[in-house]
Write a protein that binds this ligand. Structure first.
Ligand code: FMN
Length: 518
């Protein structure tokens, strides 16, 4: 089908080349081509409307049809499209997309010329009418081609906007941001996001550019209705400043925190760094946050647009006993449970590696103690557990077996990697990491997160809602996690490296995949 459409496109563009060459040759000779019948080509071709500045429109038409011919031919002959696609990728566009845009522009321009002939000149040129008919047909053919490539024009325009935004982000915004201290950028973005979230018109513009909404993306897990599967992972919005802006960016859900009972000013600086070659961030915040009471007061009773969860861990300080530490966590849960905050779920963060006490609840016996105590709270909202990723399959299996015995709805795989031998970190970055405090997010977490997702799905079936987190940098990455068994996905680092349009790109890709299977 695509080959047939390409052949039609090439054939029509050849007729277009012949038509526009004929007029161009006469224009070059300064003569009016024979017209005949009820047409008056001279009135049209010699009018000022037939020029854009000094440039005759006939020449432009010839150039247009030649370009359509070449792009069409690329789809007919067996040229390795990857080479061209790679070149065009710099401009964030594919050959067929370029062709569609070009024929759209050509068609609109032809309609404009028809309007000029009908209302401004009052005469008709038959060569221009032939060209208009060809342009219209070319547009229909390229639209059909897009449809066969699983693209509707609406999805295509959306994806083009996403690609342009991503291109701008990666080539302009990110290089500038990466020159500045990572924590300063993070703080500035939180402030900006909070401000923009208060301005209705700003939210409207952002939503138009970024968000992809469709009832087909709706999914219900743990009795929560998620507008889409893509969430913001814990740690980015640790004080709950972004609730108003994230829906406009296209997120389907959002975790605030990690929040602790008592406030914590953060570990010693520097506590946030970048490993661009390894596609990761170095995190050593140590659960910096304003503390449960301040965050509850800040969130107040406002209705949150997307399902929002509160990630909770023990305060980053020394505890004299495990009992005290568990009580600290329970009190934090209790405060939120009895607050007016409109949250829909909890995350229990047992895997923050940057804290005073390390990861005290990642052994089966201690986790069992904590979860038994948590069960006693009879929370009215589901709990997801944020799991560590550096342990092997057997240790994960044992932890999951404990979790399965308690009122825990889901597991999140997973947190940062603290393994300084992680092969996904480049040797140069590993060397730098040895002298630095902190743990890594992003691509170095990808493999292990995926392995744990697959294990959970295989061995525990549908017992848990599985959330895939770690190293999602593209729509294909999100789809891979979902394919392995994740019901929902979350991200931070991919958004930092690829741009905030990534969320819309993932949702658009999910929509396309659904359409492919219907
Ligand atoms: C700056 C930063 C801060 C984080 N803080 C937390 C946190 O407070 N609690 C938590 O559970 N995870 C935290 N994480 C881990 C993320 O939630 C996520 O699990 C991890 O970064 C892997 O996902 P990613 O590759 O998409 O970033 C943090 C990650 C980053 C990058």
């Amino acid at each position: 089908m695509q080959l047939l459409l390409s052949l039609f496109i090439v054939s029509l563009s050849i007729i277009g080349i012949a038509d526009s060459s004929y007029i161009s040759w006469h224009e070059w000779q300064n003569i009016i081509p024979p017209c005949g019948g009820n047409f008056d080509c001279g009135a049209v071709l010699a009018s000022s409307w037939a020029y854009i500045g000094p440039l005759p429109i006939a020449y432009l038409g010839l150039f247009y049809y030649l370009t359509v011919f070449i792009l069409g031919l690329l789809h007919v002959v067996d040229v390795d499209q990857r080479i061209i696609t790679k070149k065009l990728q710099r401009f964030a566009v594919q050959p067929i997309e370029l062709l569609w845009l070009l024929t759209l522009a050509g068609d609109l321009f032809s309609l404009y010329l028809i309007w000029i002939m009908a209302f401004a000149i009052g005469e008709w040129c038959k060569y221009c009418l032939v060209s208009a008919a060809i342009s219209g047909s070319l547009f229909i053919l390229t639209s059909l081609y897009l449809k066969t490539a699983q693209q509707t024009p609406a999805l295509f325009i959306r994806s083009l906007v996403q690609k342009k935004l991503g291109f701008l982000y990666r080539n302009l915004v990110k290089p500038c941001c990466f020159l500045i201290d990572a924590e300063k950028v993070h703080t500035a973005i939180l402030g900006l996001g909070e401000q923009l979230g208060q301005i209705t018109i700003a939210k409207g513009i952002i939503k138009t550019c970024f968000a992809v909404n469709s009832p087909k993306l709706l999914t219900t897990k743990a009795s929560i209705h998620f507008p889409n599967r893509v969430g913001l992972s814990a740690g980015f919005d640790y004080n709950g400043q972004l609730s108003n802006i994230l829906p406009a960016i296209g997120f389907g859900w959002h975790t605030i925190g990690t929040v602790t009972l008592e406030p914590y000013a953060g570990n010693r600086k520097p506590r946030l760094g970048r490993f661009p070659d390894s596609k990761g961030l170095l995190v050593n915040k140590g659960l910096k946050n304003h503390g449960a009471r301040a965050i509850i007061a800040h969130l107040g009773q406002q209705q949150l647009k997307i399902p929002t969860g509160i990630s909770i861990a023990s305060t980053n300080k020394h505890f004299d006993s495990t009992r005290d530490q568990i009580l600290d966590i329970l009190q934090c849960f209790w405060l939120f449970e009895h607050s007016g905050v409109d949250h829909k779920y909890y995350e229990l963060n047992i895997s923050c590696p940057n804290t005073f006490e390390g990861e005290p609840f990642t052994t089966p016996s201690r986790l069992s103690l904590l979860l038994t105590a948590l069960d006693q709270l009879h929370l009215t909202r589901p709990v997801f557990i944020k799991m560590p990723i550096d342990q092997g399959a057997q240790a994960t299996r044992e932890l999951l077996a404990v979790v399965a015995k308690h009122t825990v709805a889901g597991v999140i795989f997973g947190n940062l990697t603290k393994d300084k031998t992680n092969p996904s970190v480049t040797p140069a970055d590993r060397k730098r990491w040895k002298t630095m405090r902190g743990n890594i997010s992003g691509k170095p977490t990808w493999e292990r997160s995926n392995a744990h997702i697959a294990l959970t799905k295989k061995e525990f079936g549908n017992r848990f809602v599985i959330v895939g987190t770690g190293g999602i940098f593209s729509p294909a990455d999100a789809a891979e996690k979902i394919h392995l068994g994740a019901d929902l996905v979350q991200l931070i680092t991919g958004m930092v490296f690829q741009g905030p349009q990534l969320i819309g790109e993932i949702n658009l890709d999910q929509l396309r995949r659904m359409e492919k299977h219907t």
